[in-house]
Design a protein around this ligand. Sequence first.
Ligand code: NAD
Length: 364
Amino acid sequence: MIEGNDLKQAKEVEIFGELAKNDHEQLIFCHDSHTGLKAIIGIHSTVLGPALGGTRMWNYTSDTQALHDVLRLARGMTYKAAISGLNLGGGKAVIIGDVQKIKNEALLRRFGKFVESLNGKYVTAEDMNMSPDDMEYIAMETRHVTGLSESIGGGGDPSPVTAYGVYMGMKAAAKKAYGNDSLEGRRIAVQGVGSVGMHLVAYLAKENAKLYVSDFNESRAEAASNKYNFRAVGLDEIYDLDVDIYSPCAMGATINDDTLGRLKCQIIAGAANNQLDDEPLHSKLLMEKGILYAPDFLINAGGLINVGIDYLGGWSKERVNRKTEKIYQTTLDIFDLAGREGISTQEAAMRLAEKRIADIAAIK
Ligand code: NAD
């Protein structure tokens, strides 16, 4: 019997309230005493197809923090897949714990068994703190893994495709802002030359853009500057540069109350996830400031397109590139919709994704 304090405690975690907020379908809590596995799989939507999203391992400070992260990330995947025209829903998984302490073959394979038990309703892939080798362990226990290395028949590293999509989105934004999509001579600030940023810089250098690059890892920035002709800039200096385009390719939330007043660019187009610190507020402020924002979840979807097609079947580099190229037109469509409706480009992108989900749901 539940009574007194027990009842009060039970009410404190409003799991169904959290699910209802953004209409999530399902949460799966995975626990195994032997391996110490504690994981949560979040399924936001399976309307368009299986819920695909990576597994990340993170030392969350509380289970509630892990819960909020998995719900937020799973929902983001629904929108990303929908706007990219993929027949996939949105999901995500988090494994809770310190990577150095908990990660081993048995734990990963146990997690794989949980994924398998969902019979393909959730499809996993690599995310933070998971390596290609880790994914191979998971794949020993389930078929519902994608993004495996090319050496074992997977679609391989998604970063070059992600960079290509960002490049497409950036060119579409240039077309809208300047009337043509050439980036020649455009002053472009790229924040972060990691897996995606480095490939993006290669495209931009080829078009003779004038590049400014910052990277937390100085040796990486130096190696890149030896290869491509650009000016290395300070980590904070990047926000004050007089440039045409700012391209965040490192971490999220760089468009915030502090940076918004400093940015002088006309366009923001980058790879980072969740670039807007406060989505509704900062997308609106960008609009008012006259900065054209290419929504991150659309233009950085190349990696998802790569792993999604890999899972759904019929993967080829050409097919992936063709689908990724469509980001150009979708970005233009979003700018048009935003202009017509007087809404931010982020809002327009979300509406377009929601419309596709509703339209497909109606014919099912
Ligand atoms: P990465 O870790 O390979 O590269 C990130 C780079 O940013 C590193 O070189 C790092 O040193 C640098 N960096 C970190 N903090 C910085 C700072 N304050 N200023 C400047 N540079 C800083 O990551 P990645 O795979 O290239 O991904 C970059 C971003 O794009 C991430 O936000 C990621 O979530 C997002 N993204 C990546 C993919 C993909 O296919 N890899 C797909 C979609 C979205």
